[in-house]
Design a protein around this ligand. Structure first.
Ligand code: SF4
Length: 320
């Protein structure tokens, strides 16, 4: 038997599930245990097919809009990304038992935007058009109160806002570097603009990007385990590419690996987006182990101990 070629896997830590995702999945599972199936979930609870399919098997029904839900006593859960204010209002009108699984760090951005609005400031939101979190944040305030800024070019195209007080908030899952540049450009154009101390990018996004930066110089290839519609997973792949990793891929499952891309790789870094379960990372390591003599080296760049309690409606049930 030909010996397997050696391969080192650098496993980023932290990687994968963040506190907001753990909480959101817990919300659906606790609601299922407490109230029985079905429970309705508006939008993918987190951006990961594996997680969504698992919850579907347990009795969750995923819908895009409240209109897709029949009249029901069953819980209706809003996803971790947050929702526009119109959604809980519509749920109330239909007498739904609504449970909000919005990540508390997204809710924090919603509250910041509301405070700026109350103080009469025009709000610039740095984020990606169409992302559910951006839709949710913009939907906290009347139309026109928040202006979306996606790029440096967008900053250049903004009006002068003479006499208008300005503030900025950001999406939580952006590229730390890109956002720093955009915020810097905003501050240069509008020196009086107010905003959070750094930006609103969450600890999990920041830590996962930092880990990829630290590991990049040692890696011939990078695999980010995550879904194509997961913003923080996409950003991780981009960070790897920018840091000069030759092959930087976003993969959902081991079956997607194109082995030809790894023919020259001796060191492969693996991380996972905040919505990707570790079982998928293990699946990919197992697939490498079938073809290579693998040594796994965990590279820890931060310790995470963030925990968010369940929403009030479910706290008693979780304790039981
Ligand atoms: S990525 Fe950050 S903001 Fe999004 S759910 Fe996780 S902790 Fe919350």
């Amino acid at each position: 038997m030909t010996p397997k070629p050696p391969l080192t896997i650098l496993l980023c830590a932290p990687r994968g599930f963040c506190a907001g995702v753990v909480r959101a999945i817990d919300v659906v599972e606790t609601a299922l245990k407490t109230y029985g199936a079905p429970v309705y979930v508006r939008h993918e609870i987190v951006h990961n097919r594996f997680v969504v399919d698992d919850l579907k098997r347990k009795g969750a029904i995923f819908v895009e809009e409240l209109d897709d839900i029949p009249d029901t006593q069953a819980p209706v859960i809003f996803s971790a990304h947050g929702v526009p204010k119109s959604v809980p209002e519509a749920a109330k009108q239909r007498h739904f038992f609504a449970i909000d699984a919005t990540c508390p760090l997204v809710t924090k951005v919603h509250r910041e935007a509301e405070i700026h609005f109350k103080r009469g400031r025009t709000i610039l939101l740095v984020g990606h058009h169409g992302h559910p979190e951006v839709v949710g944040t913009m939907g906290q305030l009347p139309e026109g109160a928040i202006i979306l800024v996606e790029t440096l070019d967008d900053v250049a195209r903004l009006p002068n806002f003479e006499e208008q007080a300005l503030a900025f908030v950001t999406q939580t899952t952006l590229s730390v570097d890109d956002t720093r540049d955009i915020v810097e450009a905003l501050k240069q154009r509008y020196p009086e603009i107010v905003g959070p101390h750094k930006e609103d990018i969450c600890y999990a996004t920041t830590n996962r990007q930092e880990a990829v930066k630290k590991i990049a110089a040692r890696a011939d290839a990078l695999i980010v385990v995550g879904a194509p519609n997961s913003s923080n997973s996409q950003r991780l792949r981009e960070v790897g590419e920018r840091e000069g990793v030759q092959v930087a891929l976003l993969l959902q499952r081991a079956s997607e690996i194109d082995w030809a891309q790894f023919s020259h790789a001796r060191t492969v870094a693996i991380t996972a987006g905040a919505s990707a379960p570790d079982i998928l990372v293990e699946e990919i390591i197992d697939a490498f182990s079938e073809r290579y003599d693998v040594t796994v080296e965990t590279v820890t760049t931060a310790d995470e101990s963030v925990f968010f309690p369940l929403p009030r409606e479910l706290r008693g049930s979780a304790a039981e």
